[in-house]
Unconditional design. Sequence first.
Lengths: 95, 163
Amino acid sequence: MKKSIAIVAFVVIFAFLVLGVVQMRPFGEPENEDMDDHFLGDSQERHQVNNVVTAVLFDYRGLDTLGEATILFSAVSGVLTVLRKIKDEKEEVED
Amino acid sequence: MNWEMSRVVRTITDILIVPMIIFGIYLVLHGHLTPGGGFQGGAVIASSTALLIVSYGTLGKHKKDLSSIEAVGLTLFILIAFFGIGYTMFYNYLAGTGGIFGGTVPAGPNPGYINTGGTVTLMNLMVGIEVSAALSLILWMMSRESGIMEAKDKGSEGMEVKG
């Protein structure tokens, strides 16, 4: 019973994936090119940045980058909290 | 246990640590011209911290400095983003004004000039400072907890972590 469910699920998911590969558009021919052209021209004209990737990362999607930096900050906070010295332990390194 | 690798490894570390930090700073400062940027350059600088910990077994007593550097980097990042609030947050209010990082970029392919980019360059710098300090701090704490970094009585001259 368990095995038949697994086989059916495998076949269905595999069929979906194959369908996606077959129906994929050819490489280099996206459906909509408006945003690409806008980014490529606008990053040099208005934002004065040569690197379009950096322009997207720090200007168009600046809030996303802020979230990434906040994630790193909270990760450091978590590490500092978990690995802190408790009072009963003997102090090895002066913090 | 006093973890410290042999004199050969320590000498090679002393030689390699300067190019590594300089390469990280280059990646951060040229983020708006070449591939790379704040996150990648900060990771390169933090890898120099890993090299120091592996070869010397200590970083000295710079944990509070690293914490402060990280917090300052993130705060300045948010402040720079917030100063564009007259238009919208993360608005590039420095681009093309002629001030700091306010040079104009000629249209089309060009060799790239460091004095361009506006807030993008400044934010790269702040993110680089934050990421390098944060990853160094994580490495510091985890290596101390794993027992590699037992307390050493003698000081650690010349082994400060550059933010």
